[in-house]
Write a protein that binds this ligand. Structure first.
Ligand SMILES: Cc1cc2nc3c(=O)[nH]c(=O)nc-3n(C[C@H](O)[C@H](O)[C@H](O)COP(=O)(O)OP(=O)(O)OC[C@H]3O[C@@H](n4cnc5c(N)ncnc54)[C@H](O)[C@@H]3O)c2cc1C
Length: 426
């Protein structure tokens, strides 16, 4: 069997097929595994690790398939979970979201009510929207894919401040899309599964090592001796009649599929897909600038800041269309201004080095109407299968979605091959 693409989708498919005893050839165009969840060499004169991540990659505890995949890879212990999320305003007010003993779905209620970045009318509107979301999300006659999240919030009479300072920061970072563009269904899924799903589903996992250590070249070997890894092996064209590979899984981004297998006739379907960028801002200060391990910044362009240790900080701007044409120096200046407002210690620290990484096609944009265009794992060709975060996973473009798609494609192959079908993930 052949798997094309060594991102998380292709790796997950490979792991599952190898577990079922299949011989797998995994082809990856680049010299390393991990796809978009990748590390790049650090500038040699910057102290610290030899690699930095293209951007911060985090997960939530509700990412059950991804955690299952990490266990299979033997790297589960490299993910550190945090049970506190910190919301920081431009005047430096820190609010902390944390579960307490109240029963689910009220486990976060007390900390949400204590948030100071929004007023009481806003909090009541947040509580009302969360309740309505939970009710409507599972209602069969409600189509949350037909309107944007902002349209839905307006219908629910959400206050302007709650949209700006509560809903937007969560949605933009989880979906990599503005609430005025993102489908209501995608946003609701984030809140229903992430915040309200179970007592610990909101907890955020952060890799304690560079992503390149999670998906190193030795990884494929860990899936079993039947896996052969081909790095720097760009597949130009998928031949459905390839006699060497009885089944093939295409685990590449959506914009590569039509070229690789024109006979699938996916062009029209894929026209519905647009992409959204993410910008990572790497900052090396001469000293620490904050006491928190990470913070969600509720005002301004910079949405998250992560403490990577020894004065190294990684900032994230999701849905960063405005930054695409902005010079890196201006982006760094804007981030510094925001950090100095929120964290007084940043005012006396000196920035020694910075690097801005713009991922222009970071993820697909989860817009209304897109769900029906996302294909499942099977195609019109009986031996060609699809995987990737953009396929129909029920999840936005995330590592969890990618792993789910890989497992599902592998299950579809095993079914087609007549082998035993087992549930491969929780
Ligand atoms: C900057 C950034 C930040 C992100 N942050 C988060 C986050 O915090 N949390 C989260 O869950 N998700 C995050 N994501 C999204 C996440 O990285 C992706 O959803 C996930 O990694 C996609 O995996 P994939 O396997 O579907 O696709 P990809 O990772 O794109 O893998 C596809 C692979 O196929 C290879 N390929 C393409 N064409 C060919 C060919 N012809 N032959 C052989 N190989 C080929 C590519 O080189 C690539 O390695 C982020 C993404 C970016 C870009």
């Amino acid at each position: 069997m052949k798997v094309i693409g060594g991102g998380l989708a292709g790796l997950a498919a490979t792991a599952r097929l190898a577990e079922a005893g299949a011989r797998v050839d995994l082809h990856e165009a680049r010299a390393f595994l991990g796809g978009r969840a990748a590390s790049i060499p650090a500038d040699p004169h910057v102290p610290g690790s030899a690699h930095i991540d293209n951007c911060q990659h985090v997960l939530l505890r509700c990412c059950t398939s991804l955690l299952d995949f990490y266990r299979r890879c033997g790297v589960r212990d490299k993910i550190v979970f945090h049970d506190e999320l910190h919301l920081v305003t431009s005047d430096g007010t820190v609010d902390t979201i944390r579960a307490d003993a109240l029963p689910v779905p009220f486990h976060l209620l007390r900390s949400l009510l204590a948030v100071r970045s929004i007023g009481w009318a806003d909090k009541l509107s947040v509580a009302r929207c969360l309740r309505a979301m939970k009710r409507q999300h599972s209602r069969p006659n409600f189509d949350p894919d037909s309107l944007t999240f902002t349209q839905w919030l307006r219908r629910m009479r959400a206050t302007n401040r709650s949209i700006r300072r509560f809903w937007r920061p969560f949605v933009v970072s989880a979906l990599n899309e503005e609430p005025e563009i993102a489908a209501a269904g995608a946003a609701m899924q984030v809140f229903c599964e992430g915040l309200l799903g179970s007592r610990d589903s909101y907890q955020m996992g952060v890799p304690a090592v560079p992503l390149s250590d999670l998906y190193d070249a030795a990884l494929a070997g860990r899936f079993g001796p039947s896996v052969r890894l081909h790095l720097r092996s760009r597949v130009r064209r998928v031949d459905a009649l390839d006699h060497e590979a009885d089944y093939q899984i295409l685990a590449v981004p959506f914009d590569r599929v039509a070229k690789l297998v024109p006979e699938l006739r996916l062009q029209r379907r894929l026209q519905g897909f647009e992409t959204s960028p993410i910008t990572g801002i790497h900052l090396w200060f001469d000293r620490p600038i904050m006491d928190l391990p990470h913070a969600m910044l509720v005002d301004g362009d910079l949405q998250w800041i992560f403490d990577k240790g020894e004065g190294y900080y990684l900032g994230v701007i999701s849905a960063s269309r405005a930054q695409l044409t902005q010079p890196s120096g201006d982006i760094v200046e804007g981030a510094l201004r925001q950090l100095e407002e929120a964290f007084p210690r940043a005012r006396t620290a000196s920035l020694e080095h910075s690097r801005v990484i713009k991922e222009t096609r970071a993820t697909f944009s989860a817009q209304p109407g897109l769900e029906r265009h996302r294909p499942g794992p099977t195609t019109a060709l009986p031996n060609v299968f699809l995987a990737g975060d953009w396929t129909a996973t029920g999840w936005p473009a995330t590592m969890e979605g990618a792993v789910r798609s890989g497992y599902r494609a592998a299950e579809a192959v095993l079914t087609a091959a007549g082998g035993p079908r087992t549930r491969s993930a929780p």
